[in-house]
Design a protein around this ligand. Structure first.
Ligand code: FAD
Ligand code: SF4
Ligand code: SF4
Length: 477
């Protein structure tokens, strides 16, 4: 083992420094400053090069983390980049937005006592450096196979599959209903977590390799699934999940009670210089309902838009919330108030039906026994109801699959009881021959790193199926 490693007893854990909370509340730029090269090398040298690296086991991509940490510590950054890129189509994006505390870093063996190796920050540093130095090469396109693949959805699952299939020599067309590729990387996740040029340069690299993007193209409106099946040798559905869960409390149909993604999409569109009417928190008392990472993105976006106050209502307590503790800490630093153990009991509005929300009656909750998942179930505390003013309420309760059999005019397409696509998981194929699926539309709302993993796996499943199809045609001839 190289003598540069195992320094965790002498070198303290150090994440890249963050910009001051008051400075970052004025813009949508990322909050972490980049590592300086010496700092990245020093932090990488804390790794103990475990024989069984639990960091790698718990990374959905099984990235070769110990290898690229050692290469970084030795100053061999280009080789570190190559090792990192061998298993991931978007290492610099995962380094920014993976919940590392639940994945690689949360399972680093030196975490108890010394603090985990800062794996995500080093991963981001390596590939940002690679882009800066021109080490990220154009995609190498394999010899043409004369077969084409249609991919519906340009999120991380669709883009990863597109990259791998193009690399194997397929003609690849990607269809997306938005006017920019990237899926939630572009329009859902705010710039302060992931700046948009980081996503755009990945998309540009794919387009330069001959992947054809049909943007503003909605399957179901501009073509049916059968149209795409007739046009391509295989089709991949990677459409994500977009049906917002609704609030049920009385008055929830008042104006200015809006779904989280509408609010975040509008904000990201403004970031691209577009004019979007409404969906703006500036000068308003904002209440966000929900405790996941989408809720955290909404509260922090509202702060940056200049809200008068921002409150987050969550029915459990801090220890039982699904959102990342790191994101909660960022939100608190930026001035967000968390109202733990609370749920909306009713919404008050300015008058009759369709009028604008003016406040929320809050039902205080307490935690009962744990449910089957081990989380304590919230129950109403009948004596505790209070009122808070609100002129914008954002619903961040999660997302389900849209009705794809109906939307795609494909009534035979099999779905689960949650509306996600039913797959033969070995083949990654739906019940329709040659129609594959990957990402959130299979898993339900999940993570970018899992979408990338699925994109990688489905590309190899599609390649296997397409190769067999060609062989079968040859035998029949
Ligand atoms: P998506 O990224 O949703 O992409 C699907 C694409 O399909 C979209 O571009 C959509 O326009 C297109 N599409 C849908 N229907 C059609 C149609 N009929 N025709 C044509 N195109 C269509 N994960 C993390 O790991 N870290 C985070 O910090 C994080 N933050 C998040 C913040 C928010 C606000 C949200 C909502 C999610 C966040 N996630 C995060 C989750 C992550 O973004 C998703 O798990 C991931 O993007 C799923 O990838 P996907 O490719 O399956 O789908
Ligand atoms: Fe960690 Fe995510 Fe990178 Fe894997 S992809 S090493 S989980 S930051
Ligand atoms: Fe290094 Fe931690 Fe991974 Fe062990 S678990 S190889 S110490 S990063």
């Amino acid at each position: 083992m190289a003598s540069t490693m195992l320094r965790f007893t002498g070198v303290d854990q150090a994440y890249p420094s963050k910009r001051a909370a008051d400075a970052r509340a004025d813009d949508f730029l990322e909050i972490a400053r980049p590592y300086l090269i010496a700092k990245a090398e020093e932090q990488a040298s804390r790794c103990s090069q475990c024989g069984v690296p639990f960091c790698q086991v718990h990374c959905p991509l099984h990235n070769n983390i110990p290898d690229w940490l050692r290469l970084t510590a030795e100053g061999r950054l280009e080789e570190a980049y190559e090792a990192s890129a061998a298993t991931s189509s978007m290492p610099e994006i995962c380094g920014r937005i993976c919940p590392q505390d639940r994945l690689c870093e949360g399972n680093c063996v030196i975490e108890p006592g010394f603090g985990a190796v800062t794996i995500g920050s080093v991963e981001k540093f390596i590939t940002d450096t690679a882009w800066d130095n021109g080490w990220v090469k154009p995609l190498r396109v394999g010899r043409s196979r004369g077969q084409s693949v249609g991919i519906v959805g340009a999120g991380p699952a669709g883009l990863t599959a597109a990259e791998m299939l193009r690399g194997k020599g397929y003609d690849v067309a990607v269809y997306d209903r938005h006017d920019r590729a990237g899926g939630l990387l572009t329009y859902g996740i705010p710039g302060f977590k992931l700046e948009k040029d980081i996503v755009a340069r990945r998309v540009d690299r794919l387009a330069a390799a001959g992947i054809v993007f049909h943007l503003g193209f909605e399957v179901g409106r501009d073509a049916s699934l059968d149209d795409l099946r007739a046009k391509h040798d295989a089709v991949l559905i990677a459409t994500g999940v977009y049906a917002a869960r609704e609030l049920t409390a009385p008055g929830a149909d008042a104006a200015e009670i809006v779904p989280a993604l509408d609010f975040l999409f509008a904000s990201n569109r403004r970031g691209f210089g577009e004019t979007v009417a409404g969906l703006d928190a500036s000068g308003r008392h904002v209440v966000v309902v929900g405790g996941g990472d989408t809720a955290m993105d909404c509260v922090r976006t509202a702060v940056r838009q200049g809200a008068k106050s921002v409150k987050c209502l969550y029915r459990r307590d801090r220890d039982n919330m699904p959102g990342s503790p790191r994101e909660v800490a960022h939100a608190e630093e930026e001035g967000v108030e968390f109202v733990w153990l609370s749920a909306p009991a009713a919404f008050k509005s300015s008058g009759g039906v369709g009028d604008t929300v003016t406040g929320v009656h809050i039902q205080r909750m307490r935690l009962g026994p744990a449910d089957a998942s081990g989380r304590r179930t919230p129950e109403a505390d009948p004596h505790a109801v209070e009122h808070i003013p609100a002129d914008l309420v954002i619903k961040a309760l999660g997302y389900d699959a849209e009705d794809l059999p109906k939307n795609f005019a494909a009534p035979d397409l099999a779905v689960t009881r949650w509306g996600t696509l039913r797959l033969d998981h070995m083949a990654m194929m739906t019940n329709l021959p040659g129609v594959f699926a990957a990402g959130d539309i299979v898993r339900g709302a999940s993570l970018v790193v899992w979408a990338i993993r699925d994109g990688r796996d489905v590309a190899s499943a599609m390649h296997g199926w397409l190769t067999t199809k060609v062989a079968a045609v040859r035998v029949a001839a």
